[in-house]
Design a protein around this ligand. Structure first.
Ligand code: NAD
Length: 464
């Protein structure tokens, strides 16, 4: 078992100080430097693909293809996209100037914040650490990375592949748990990017507030999935099972619970049973491609949910391998933990509804979700749901796929997070948009100065 050691306060301070000094030299700012560093990262990921995959297998029992699609390949694609567009993103942007400012020009410059801190969770421990880093590099920042201590093999590989090619004064991985993170949060960072749970997000925001450090918070919560009576149920079940069971449900945007229209409930249930066998066989627990629950604490937390409803399908578990079978369950109550806490496992509560308004009323009475999925062929239901419920992002007739396109900004709203990233959004997340007005020296309007003759009358003509 790999052990993660905490950093001392002194070590944390030294790293931040080193990066502050390095950032001041201006070395990270040129386009050439940023592109070179992105290429270095890309090469390093490709070179270590096997080791990364092995670490993910050890930590989460991720299959090779799951590890590639959701972690390694995802990052390579994000780097490729960033390198293709960085030129345009970096260019100062001209904007119009108001008539009141005649003679002057205006533009904005995206400038790097400086030294950034990127804290990652354990569920996609490689990807969620490096996807924000791509934005940090592209925007010209330095970065300190803090991986999750719950996935120690991935944390180790991150530390070794980063330190092999990047100087710690530019990018450093500081492995550790709560102590190291607490020391880090006391430092004068210029930007903090946090991915993780709502309670820890609040700790991060409080620490950032002390120094007014700008932040992005990528948090979690309960993401609803609605199956309307007009939905293509066969397709819906496949796409929901895919989104719920990848990484055994330990995905921030996995469908957390289902609202199924009463007219298609029976069909949904029959299809669900069929699809689970098709995807994972008669005994998913024994399937080597089905991920495990990260540790005993989370395994025990999840198994308590199994007693909070009537199990329609699944329900078996294995304590030794920390695996839980894909489970469809009708909750006993809407106030039990299974319906109030983020599930983050392969358990799917199903609730029946008749009128879409019932669903809207329930979802809007809860914290704003990170994702929402709606399966329907009705444009009016689509309009009603997307226009009345606030959520981070989502899909119509699919799950998860909105995260996989760099053209859509990704993030939450309210309790599910602050700010967005991916593609151009990552570049902007790590940049301050500086506004500049360049005034002419060829003429000067005297009427704006105090005591100018007819000054107020002229100003009133211009500003009405
Ligand atoms: P977590 O909040 O427990 O941990 C995240 C990070 O914070 C880790 O690096 C951990 O070491 C650190 N940390 C933990 N407790 C801390 C404390 N008391 N003080 C300071 N630092 C602390 O989250 P997790 O369990 O690793 O991840 C699961 C959560 O993350 C879920 O809620 C999930 O929805 C969310 N998540 C969100 C996204 C997203 O993109 N929005 C992606 C993945 C996971």
């Amino acid at each position: 078992m790999v052990e993660i050691k905490e950093h001392s306060l002194n070590s944390v301070e030294k790293h931040v100080h080193m990066q502050k000094q390095y950032f001041k030299t201006g070395a990270t700012r040129s386009k050439e430097f940023r592109v070179k560093m992105l290429e270095t990262l890309e090469k390093q990921i490709k070179k270590n693909e096997e080791e990364i995959s092995r670490a993910l297998k050890l930590d989460l029992n991720k299959s090779e293809s799951e590890a590639y699609v959701t972690e390694i390949g995802f990052l390579l694609e994000e780097i490729r996209f960033t390198m293709k567009h960085i030129n345009r993103w970096m260019k100062p942007k001209k904007v119009k100037t108001a008539i009141t400012h005649i003679g002057s020009k205006s533009y904005t410059i995206a400038e790097p914040y400086g030294v950034s801190l990127i804290i990652a969770p354990w569920n996609y421990p490689f990807q969620l650490q490096l996807a924000p880093l791509i934005g940090a590099i592209a925007a010209g920042n330095t970065a300190i990375l803090k991986p999750s201590e719950l996935t120690p093999n991935t944390s180790n590989i991150l530390a070794s592949i980063i330190s092999e090619v990047f100087d710690p004064e530019y990018i450093a991985v500081l492995e550790g748990g709560i102590d190291t993170t607490t020391y880090l949060l006391e430092q004068p960072f210029d930007y903090i990017f946090f991915t993780g749970s709502v309670p820890v997000g609040k700790i991060v925001m409080k620490a950032a507030a002390k120094r007014l450090i700008p932040i992005t918070l990528e948090l979690g919560g309960k993401s609803p999935c609605i199956i309307d009576e007009t939905a293509n149920v066969e397709l819906a079940v496949k796409r929901i099972a895919f989104g719920k069971l990848i990484n055994a449900g330990q995905t921030c945007i996995a469908p957390d619970y289902l609202y199924v229209h009463k007219n298609v409930k029976e069909k949904f249930y029959m299809e669900f049973k069929k699809v689970i066998v098709e995807f994972y066989g008669e005994n998913p627990i024994a399937n080597e491609h089905f991920a495990k629950i990260v540790n005993e604490r989370h395994f025990n937390r999840l198994t308590t949910y199994l007693s909070q409803g009537e199990i329609l399908h699944g329900g078996r578990m294995d304590e030794t391998s920390h695996k839980i079978e894909p489970t469809l369950i009708v909750p006993n109550s809407m106030t039990s933990e299974i319906m109030t806490e983020e599930i983050f496992g392969p358990i799917l509560p199903m609730i029946e509804y008749e009128e879409i308004q019932e669903v809207i009323d329930f979802v809007t009475s809860r914290p704003k979700p990170l994702a929402l999925y709606l399966f329907t062929k009705s444009e009016s239901i689509e309009k009603q749901v997307t226009e009345t419920i606030s959520f981070g992002g989502g899909c119509i007739n699919d799950t998860l796929m909105h995260i996989a396109t760099p053209y859509l900004p990704f993030g939450g709203v309210g309790e599910s997070g602050i700010g967005t990233y991916h593609g151009e959004s990552s570049f902007h997340a790590f940049s301050h948009n500086k506004s500049i007005l360049k005034q002419t020296n060829l003429f000067d309007f005297r009427f704006r100065y105090p005591h100018a003759e007819n000054g107020l009358a002229k100003l009133k003509k211009l500003m009405k």
